[in-house]
Design a protein. Structure first.
Length: 202
């Protein structure tokens, strides 16, 4: 379940990233397949799956989180761009007057440019780095939604007797998956999303 933005341009968003990367209490990763689909286990275990990204996109609060994160990203990017403009002003000034500077003035101007450039780099890391503010804020806003999906999945799995539930949007290899084992609609109902709301946008 991923929404990625990268670069100096951006950040990497992994919606179910640490610390709740995999709906850990109910979602089993690919390594378990070797056990579950061997011999007797296949006949005894009841296995279902969800697509957590598709579920997320049906939740109104997810759209609200995305809007808040987009706003933060826009504000912080504007701050970085303003600082980059200051760097460019210093560079233009240096090029225009370089021939008239003394050696000492030249060193001072070059140092000022480096310092301004370093400030840009620090801001980019502070806001958009791997552990930057945007990532941290995303985790804070997404955690309650992640927990709701987790709880609803557990509820459906428990009521309907599923032993394992896989997340199809994660890196689990599905060679084949019968649609009647898709629990998305039941999980969405447990989350309070009506059938009519589920079909919107399809």
């Amino acid at each position: 379940m991923q929404d990625q933005r990268c670069g100096g341009g951006g950040t990497v968003r992994d919606v179910f990233g640490p610390p709740t990367r995999h709906l850990a209490r109910v979602v089993v990763m690919a390594a378990a397949l070797c056990v579950l689909w061997g011999g007797e286990a296949r006949a005894q275990q009841k296995i279902g799956y969800i697509d957590s990204q598709a579920i997320l996109e049906k939740l109104p609060e997810y759209a609200s989180v995305e809007q808040k994160l987009d706003q933060l990203e826009e504000e912080w990017r504007a701050e970085i761009e303003a600082q980059e403009e200051k760097v460019q002003v210093l560079r233009d000034e240096y090029r225009a007057w370089e021939l008239l500077y003394t050696d000492e003035e030249r060193r001072q101007k070059q140092a000022a440019i480096r310092k301004a450039r370093e400030k840009v780099d620090r801001l980019r890391q502070r806001y958009f780095g791997p552990d930057g503010r945007l990532y941290t804020r995303q985790q804070e806003l997404m955690r309650p939604i992640q927990e709701r999906i987790l709880d609803a999945t557990e509820e459906v799995a428990t009521e309907e007797g599923y032993d394992y539930v896989f997340d199809k949007s994660e890196k689990v290899l599905f060679m084949y998956a019968r649609q009647d084992h898709n629990l998305n609609r039941r999980v969405l109902r447990a989350l309070g999303i009506t059938p009519e709301q589920q079909t919107e946008g399809q």
